[in-house]
Ligand binder design. Structure first.
Ligand code: PLP
Length: 419
């Protein structure tokens, strides 16, 4: 057996994220016809794929560009010219006062979260311990195992607003949310994975005030949000200031394979991040930034999202919601109001079986979803709701989504009537 360190025991073993990814991969191997509604892959969008192909071909014909993307390490912060163009685009579009010194590239935002969380939380120089506060559970399961020490996250249960048409919506429970001297930072995904919730501009401002009052950063995970990729079906203003650490990603534009994330923060956070990134990666990958550089320089990236990405998901989410309602009619199901991202979050109040059991039954029937209980990192108090929800990726082709929901409807009805 391997003799592992404490670090090794934590990271080389099965974590929630690794077992989930294995399970998704294994299920596809076992049954190639599996209706794949788990995982976080973005949709295929033909118009975007055509643009990526054209750009790759043009890079391949230009030996200087190709060399710049493939043949050199850039600085640990990222390519200067790219960062300058991005700073200009973000200032123009969002009105933020920032320069390239406020930006850094990472190998995917996932790895940036790992670095940032551990820069702020864990054991402090004075021996005390600090944690990352998630102001609204459910929250992204990718955070769950990213702390180098135990007891790394705390999360706050939301309030639940019941809405017409079997919908519901979570809100931040500001009465329950308390920051203390043990709070290292506040972190929220907007839109939220898994729920598609978009916390309001007001809620965000209130979180900003709380974080400032406590003297800790507010981290906003913008994997799906504004200004890009803009998978948003509700109004939400872009938000950043010198106490905010905003994480952007190229993944949900249709580029998860280039592994490019972007950190937007004040200069001291960017310096700290870049130093840590040098240790872990020497430098980040150049392909993602090089691929999108022309659309950053022209600002066209925003129009591409508006023209191709947002309408694609808006159409899909509308169709998925209709199919979901038809398939689940007659059961007491609820759906979180889909305000953004790639998922429908279904809630089955008082379901006689756990969501994990429902997930297993669905997998046997050839439908892959993700059980909701994975999405409550840092929630220590018991809450039945954690075992009553599933996350469904609606980004696949229409036929897959329709067949998937039909089987979900069947299994949920059976569970309510027979347990
Ligand atoms: N944050 C959220 C909310 C996500 O859903 C994802 C991926 O699904 C990530 C971060 C990580 O994205 P990436 O590392 O591809 O930038």
């Amino acid at each position: 057996a391997l003799q592992l360190s404490v670090f090794g025991e934590k990271f080389a073993g099965q974590t929630g994220a690794s077992s989930l990814m294995d399970d998704l991969g294994g299920a596809l191997n076992d049954n190639p016809n599996m209706l794949f509604m788990g995982g976080g892959n973005p949709s295929r969008i033909p118009a975007m794929e055509a643009l990526f192909a054209e750009r790759m071909a043009s890079m391949a014909r230009n030996s200087d560009q190709l060399f710049g993307a493939l043949g050199v390490y850039k600085s640990p912060q990222g390519d200067r010219a790219f960062l300058a163009a991005l700073a200009k685009m973000l200032s123009n579009i969002c009105g933020w006062e920032l320069t390239e010194r406020n930006l850094a590239i990472s190998n995917g935002s996932q790895s940036a979260f790992f670095v940032l969380f551990n820069l702020f939380a864990g054991r402090m120089p004075d021996g005390s311990k600090r944690h990352i506060q998630l102001p609204l559970a459910p929250e992204y399961l990718g955070y769950a195992d990213s702390g180098l020490s135990e007891d790394f996250f705390r999360s706050t249960k939301p309030t639940i607003e019941l809405l017409e048409g079997n919908l519901f919506k979570y809100h931040v429970d500001f009465e329950a949310l308390a920051l203390t001297d043990a709070t290292a930072a506040v972190c929220v995904s907007r839109p939220t994975n898994p729920t598609g919730n978009v916390i309001s501009d007001d809620e965000l401002q209130q979180l900003d005030r709380l974080a400032r009052a406590q003297g800790v950063p507010l981290i906003i995970d913008n994997a799906y949000g504004t200004p890009f990729p803009n998978i948003l079906f509700t109004d939400a203003k872009p938000f950043w200031n010198d106490n905010t650490i905003l994480l952007l990603s190229l993944s949900k534009l249709g580029l998860p394979g280039v592994r490019t994330g972007i950190v937007v923060a004040n200069e001291s956070v960017i310096r700290a991040f870049s130093n840590a990134n040098a240790v872990l990666n020497l430098a980040s990958g150049n392909m993602g930034p090089a691929l999108v550089q022309p659309w950053i320089e022209s600002g066209e990236l925003i129009q591409l999202c508006e023209r191709h990405v947002r309408p694609h998901y808006r159409n899909k989410v509308g169709a998925a919601l209709t199919q979901c309602r038809e398939a689940l009619a007659g059961t007491p199901f609820r759906v979180h109001r889909p305000e953004g991202a790639l998922f429908l979050w279904l809630w089955f109040p008082d379901l006689p079986i756990t969501s994990d059991e429902l997930y297993r039954r669905l997998k046997k029937r050839g439908v892959l979803v993700v059980s909701g209980h994975h999405f409550f990192p840092g929630l220590t108090e018991p809450w039945a709701h954690q075992h009553e929800c599933i996350r469904v990726n609606y980004g696949q082709d229409a036929d897959t989504v329709r067949r998937g929901f039909a089987i979900i409807g069947d299994e949920v009805a059976r569970a309510y009537s027979h347990g």
